[in-house]
Design a protein around this ligand. Structure first.
Ligand SMILES: O=c1ccn([C@@H]2O[C@H](COP(=O)(O)O)[C@@H](O)[C@H]2O)c(=O)[nH]1
Length: 232
C-alpha cells in the first residue's frame, strides 16, 4: 500500500516536475500540481505528471472568486479529471456549491486557513483568536455547503475531525519530518503526528523534492508511516 501522501510538485519547469512524479509515485498515493506549475504550463502539467507514474492527481488551484467565476474555472479543469481540486472556504457557501456542481467527479477540497499563517498573521488580517477557531468555523461552513474534503494544518486535524466526523477527508499540508526546516510554514507537525491526529492525506513538498534523492525521501516518509511501497 502506498503512503497517504501528496507530494507537492512545486517545480520551476515541467521536466523537473515529471521527474519528481516518476520518482515518488511508487511510494505515495498522490502528486500535487499547484499554482506555479499550472499557471506556467496549464493542462499540459496535469498530463505530464500523470504520464510520469501511477498516482492520483491533486490540482491545488485554491479557487476563490464569485460563484459564477469559480463554477467556470472548476468546469474548465473538470475535463482534466483531477482527483482533488481546492477552493478557499472563505469564498463562502455559494462559491463552494458552485464548484461542487461544476466538477461533480472531483473531490472539491475546501482550504480553511493557510498553514503558512500563524496567530499574528491572522490578527493582522482581522481574524483574531487562535487559528484553530477560524479553522473550525471555516471547516463547518464548508461541510455545511456540501464539501467532503478540507485542508487544515495537522495541528487542527484532531479538532476538525471531532467537528466534522469520520466521513470527511482531511488533507494536511504543513507536514515536516523531524529535523527538517519549517521554511514558510507556521502550523506544522511531523508525518506521524499528522496521521495520528486523523489526517487522511499529508501534503509534503520541499522536504521530499528538495532532497538529493526525492524517491528515497518519499520512501523514507512512507516507511515512517508504516506503508509498504512498490519501490522497497
Ligand atoms: O494551507 C495550505 C494549502 C496548501 N499548501 C500547499 O502545500 C504545499 C506545501 O509544500 P511544502 O514544500 O511542504 O511546504 C505547497 O504546494 C502549498 O501551496 C500549503 O502549504 N498550505
Amino acid at each position: 500500500m502506498k503512503a497517504p501522501v501528496a507530494v507537492a510538485l512545486d517545480a520551476p519547469d515541467l521536466d523537473t516536475a515529471a521527474r519528481w512524479a516518476g520518482l515518488v509515485a511508487p511510494h505515495v498515493s498522490t502528486v500535487k500540481v499547484g499554482l506555479e506549475l499550472y499557471l506556467r504550463y496549464g493542462p499540459e502539467a496535469v498530463h505530464r505528471v500523470r504520464e510520469a507514474g501511477p498516482a492520483r492527481v491533486f490540482l491545488d488551484l485554491k479557487l476563490h472568486d464569485i460563484p459564477a467565476t469559480v463554477a467556470g474555472a472548476a468546469r474548465a479543469v473538470a475535463g482534466l479529471r483531477p482527483d482533488l481540486l481546492t477552493v478557499h472556504a472563505a469564498g463562502g457557501p455559494a462559491m463552494i456549491q458552485a464548484a461542487l456542481e461544476a466538477a461533480p467527479e472531483t473531490l472539491i477540497t475546501a482550504v480553511t486557513v493557510l498553514t503558512s499563517l500563524g496567530k499574528a498573521d491572522l490578527d493582522a488580517v482581522g481574524l483574531s483568536g487562535p487559528p484553530s477557531a477560524a479553522v473550525r468555523r471555516l471547516a463547518t461552513l464548508a461541510v455545511g455547503a456540501g464539501a467532503r474534503a478540507l485542508v487544515c494544518s495537522p495541528q487542527e486535524a484532531a479538532a476538525v475531525r471531532a467537528e466534522v466526523g469520520p466521513e470527511i477527508t482531511l488533507v494536511t499540508p504543513g507536514v515536516r519530518p523531524a529535523g527538517t526546516a519549517t521554511q514558510d510554514q507556521a502550523r506544522v507537525a511531523t508525518p506521524e503526528r499528522a496521521l495520528a491526529a486523523g489526517a487522511d492525506l499529508l501534503v509534503i513538498g520541499r522536504p521530499i523534492t528538495g532532497a538529493a534523492d526525492p524517491g528515497a525521501a518519499a520512501a523514507g516518509v512512507a516507511a515512517a508511516l508504516g506503508a509498504v511501497s512498490a519501490g522497497g
